[in-house]
Design a protein around this ligand. Structure first.
Ligand code: MN3
Length: 198
Protein backbone atom coordinates (compact mmCIF):
# COMPACT_ATOMS: atom_id res chain seq x y z
CA UNK A 1 0.00 0.00 0.00
CA UNK A 2 1.53 3.27 -1.06
CA UNK A 3 0.83 6.81 0.08
CA UNK A 4 -1.93 8.66 -1.74
CA UNK A 5 -2.61 12.31 -2.43
CA UNK A 6 -5.72 13.24 -0.42
CA UNK A 7 -8.38 15.20 -2.26
CA UNK A 8 -8.71 18.81 -1.14
CA UNK A 9 -11.46 19.26 1.48
CA UNK A 10 -12.99 22.02 -0.73
CA UNK A 11 -13.05 23.15 -4.37
CA UNK A 12 -9.87 24.74 -5.73
CA UNK A 13 -11.78 28.03 -6.06
CA UNK A 14 -13.18 27.88 -2.51
CA UNK A 15 -10.54 30.04 -0.84
CA UNK A 16 -10.67 32.86 -3.41
CA UNK A 17 -9.97 35.74 -3.35
CA UNK A 18 -7.54 34.99 -0.50
CA UNK A 19 -5.80 32.05 -2.12
CA UNK A 20 -6.35 31.70 -5.86
CA UNK A 21 -7.39 28.49 -7.60
CA UNK A 22 -4.14 28.79 -9.54
CA UNK A 23 -2.06 28.70 -6.35
CA UNK A 24 -4.14 25.93 -4.81
CA UNK A 25 -4.10 23.78 -7.97
CA UNK A 26 -0.32 23.99 -8.33
CA UNK A 27 0.29 23.59 -4.62
CA UNK A 28 -1.91 20.51 -4.27
CA UNK A 29 -1.71 18.97 -7.73
CA UNK A 30 2.00 19.55 -8.40
CA UNK A 31 3.89 20.17 -5.15
CA UNK A 32 1.95 17.89 -2.80
CA UNK A 33 1.67 15.22 -5.51
CA UNK A 34 5.44 15.33 -6.06
CA UNK A 35 6.10 14.70 -2.36
CA UNK A 36 3.72 11.71 -2.50
CA UNK A 37 5.44 10.33 -5.61
CA UNK A 38 8.93 10.85 -4.20
CA UNK A 39 8.06 9.19 -0.88
CA UNK A 40 6.47 6.23 -2.67
CA UNK A 41 9.55 5.77 -4.85
CA UNK A 42 11.78 5.81 -1.75
CA UNK A 43 9.74 3.24 0.24
CA UNK A 44 9.24 0.86 -2.67
CA UNK A 45 10.74 -2.52 -1.84
CA UNK A 46 11.82 -1.45 1.68
CA UNK A 47 10.43 -2.44 5.08
CA UNK A 48 8.52 0.87 5.11
CA UNK A 49 6.57 -0.01 1.95
CA UNK A 50 3.35 -0.61 3.90
CA UNK A 51 3.93 1.94 6.66
CA UNK A 52 1.65 4.90 7.29
CA UNK A 53 3.02 8.38 6.65
CA UNK A 54 3.17 8.95 10.43
CA UNK A 55 5.18 5.74 10.90
CA UNK A 56 7.57 6.75 8.11
CA UNK A 57 8.12 10.19 9.68
CA UNK A 58 8.78 8.79 13.16
CA UNK A 59 11.06 6.02 11.84
CA UNK A 60 13.21 8.29 9.68
CA UNK A 61 13.38 11.44 11.86
CA UNK A 62 17.00 12.21 12.70
CA UNK A 63 18.37 9.40 10.50
CA UNK A 64 21.07 10.98 8.33
CA UNK A 65 20.79 8.10 5.83
CA UNK A 66 17.07 8.74 5.31
CA UNK A 67 16.83 12.52 5.04
CA UNK A 68 15.27 12.34 1.58
CA UNK A 69 12.50 10.02 2.69
CA UNK A 70 11.91 12.00 5.89
CA UNK A 71 11.63 15.28 3.94
CA UNK A 72 9.16 13.92 1.42
CA UNK A 73 7.04 12.01 3.95
CA UNK A 74 6.95 15.01 6.30
CA UNK A 75 5.87 17.24 3.42
CA UNK A 76 3.11 14.75 2.54
CA UNK A 77 1.81 14.95 6.11
CA UNK A 78 2.32 18.70 6.56
CA UNK A 79 0.35 19.53 3.40
CA UNK A 80 -2.53 17.16 4.18
CA UNK A 81 -2.74 18.87 7.58
CA UNK A 82 -2.46 22.39 6.12
CA UNK A 83 -5.41 21.95 3.70
CA UNK A 84 -7.62 21.08 6.65
CA UNK A 85 -6.45 24.13 8.61
CA UNK A 86 -8.31 26.33 6.12
CA UNK A 87 -11.93 26.76 5.04
CA UNK A 88 -13.98 29.34 3.13
CA UNK A 89 -15.19 32.12 5.44
CA UNK A 90 -12.85 30.97 8.19
CA UNK A 91 -10.43 32.89 10.35
CA UNK A 92 -11.05 35.57 12.92
CA UNK A 93 -11.13 35.08 16.67
CA UNK A 94 -10.87 31.46 17.84
CA UNK A 95 -14.05 29.65 18.81
CA UNK A 96 -14.79 26.69 21.09
CA UNK A 97 -12.45 25.13 23.62
CA UNK A 98 -9.30 26.36 21.87
CA UNK A 99 -10.38 29.98 22.50
CA UNK A 100 -10.28 29.50 26.26
CA UNK A 101 -7.04 27.50 26.08
CA UNK A 102 -5.40 30.27 24.03
CA UNK A 103 -6.44 32.85 26.65
CA UNK A 104 -5.02 30.66 29.41
CA UNK A 105 -1.70 29.85 27.75
CA UNK A 106 -0.93 33.05 25.81
CA UNK A 107 -2.79 35.60 27.96
CA UNK A 108 -5.05 36.74 25.11
CA UNK A 109 -6.00 35.92 21.53
CA UNK A 110 -4.07 39.00 20.36
CA UNK A 111 -0.94 37.76 22.12
CA UNK A 112 -1.28 34.42 20.29
CA UNK A 113 -1.74 36.22 16.95
CA UNK A 114 1.37 38.33 17.52
CA UNK A 115 3.45 35.25 18.34
CA UNK A 116 2.09 33.20 15.40
CA UNK A 117 2.67 36.05 12.91
CA UNK A 118 6.17 36.56 14.26
CA UNK A 119 7.02 32.86 13.87
CA UNK A 120 5.69 32.85 10.30
CA UNK A 121 7.51 36.05 9.35
CA UNK A 122 10.86 35.11 10.91
CA UNK A 123 11.11 31.56 9.53
CA UNK A 124 14.12 32.22 7.30
CA UNK A 125 13.60 30.67 3.87
CA UNK A 126 11.12 27.81 3.56
CA UNK A 127 9.16 26.26 6.39
CA UNK A 128 6.08 26.29 8.54
CA UNK A 129 4.61 28.09 11.56
CA UNK A 130 2.57 25.99 13.99
CA UNK A 131 0.31 26.06 17.01
CA UNK A 132 1.11 22.88 18.93
CA UNK A 133 0.42 21.19 22.23
CA UNK A 134 3.60 20.54 24.18
CA UNK A 135 2.75 18.37 27.17
CA UNK A 136 -0.68 19.92 27.58
CA UNK A 137 0.44 23.51 27.04
CA UNK A 138 -0.06 25.51 23.84
CA UNK A 139 3.04 26.75 22.11
CA UNK A 140 3.88 28.48 18.82
CA UNK A 141 6.81 26.93 16.97
CA UNK A 142 8.34 27.27 13.52
CA UNK A 143 10.00 24.49 11.53
CA UNK A 144 12.43 24.74 8.61
CA UNK A 145 11.84 23.15 5.22
CA UNK A 146 9.97 19.84 5.73
CA UNK A 147 10.46 19.55 9.48
CA UNK A 148 7.29 18.76 11.38
CA UNK A 149 6.08 18.79 15.03
CA UNK A 150 5.50 15.02 14.80
CA UNK A 151 9.27 14.57 14.79
CA UNK A 152 9.59 16.52 18.03
CA UNK A 153 6.89 14.97 20.20
CA UNK A 154 4.44 17.87 19.78
CA UNK A 155 0.79 17.52 18.81
CA UNK A 156 0.06 19.78 15.83
CA UNK A 157 -3.11 21.88 16.09
CA UNK A 158 -2.73 24.50 13.31
CA UNK A 159 -0.20 25.34 10.64
CA UNK A 160 0.52 27.85 7.91
CA UNK A 161 2.82 26.92 5.02
CA UNK A 162 5.36 29.72 4.50
CA UNK A 163 7.21 28.19 1.56
CA UNK A 164 7.06 30.73 -1.27
CA UNK A 165 5.05 28.28 -3.42
CA UNK A 166 2.18 28.74 -0.93
CA UNK A 167 1.76 32.46 -1.58
CA UNK A 168 4.06 33.86 -4.26
CA UNK A 169 1.56 33.81 -7.15
CA UNK A 170 -0.96 35.75 -5.05
CA UNK A 171 1.19 37.85 -2.71
CA UNK A 172 4.67 37.84 -4.33
CA UNK A 173 7.15 38.64 -1.54
CA UNK A 174 4.48 39.87 0.92
CA UNK A 175 4.53 36.89 3.28
CA UNK A 176 3.12 38.92 6.23
CA UNK A 177 0.04 39.86 4.14
CA UNK A 178 -0.55 36.19 3.32
CA UNK A 179 -0.26 35.24 7.01
CA UNK A 180 -2.62 38.09 8.02
CA UNK A 181 -5.14 36.83 5.46
CA UNK A 182 -4.73 33.26 6.68
CA UNK A 183 -5.56 34.36 10.25
CA UNK A 184 -8.35 36.79 9.33
CA UNK A 185 -10.17 34.80 6.62
CA UNK A 186 -9.08 31.17 6.39
CA UNK A 187 -8.38 29.37 9.69
CA UNK A 188 -10.72 26.43 10.33
CA UNK A 189 -11.09 26.65 14.12
CA UNK A 190 -13.35 23.55 14.11
CA UNK A 191 -10.39 21.53 12.81
CA UNK A 192 -8.13 23.06 15.48
CA UNK A 193 -10.67 22.14 18.17
CA UNK A 194 -10.92 18.59 16.81
CA UNK A 195 -7.13 18.26 17.02
CA UNK A 196 -7.14 19.59 20.58
CA UNK A 197 -9.29 16.68 21.80
CA UNK A 198 -8.02 14.01 19.38
MN1 MN3 B 1 3.72 23.81 0.44
Amino acid sequence: MSLELPTLPYEATALEPHISANTLSFHHGKHHQAYVNNANNLIKGTDLENATVEQIIKTTAGDAQKVGLFNNAAQVWNHSFYWNCMQPNGGGVATGAIAQKIDEDFGSFDAFVTEFKNAAATQFGSGWAWLVLDGGKLKVVKTANADTPLAHGFKALLTVDVWEHAYYLDYQNRRPDYVDTFLNHLVNWDFVNANLVA
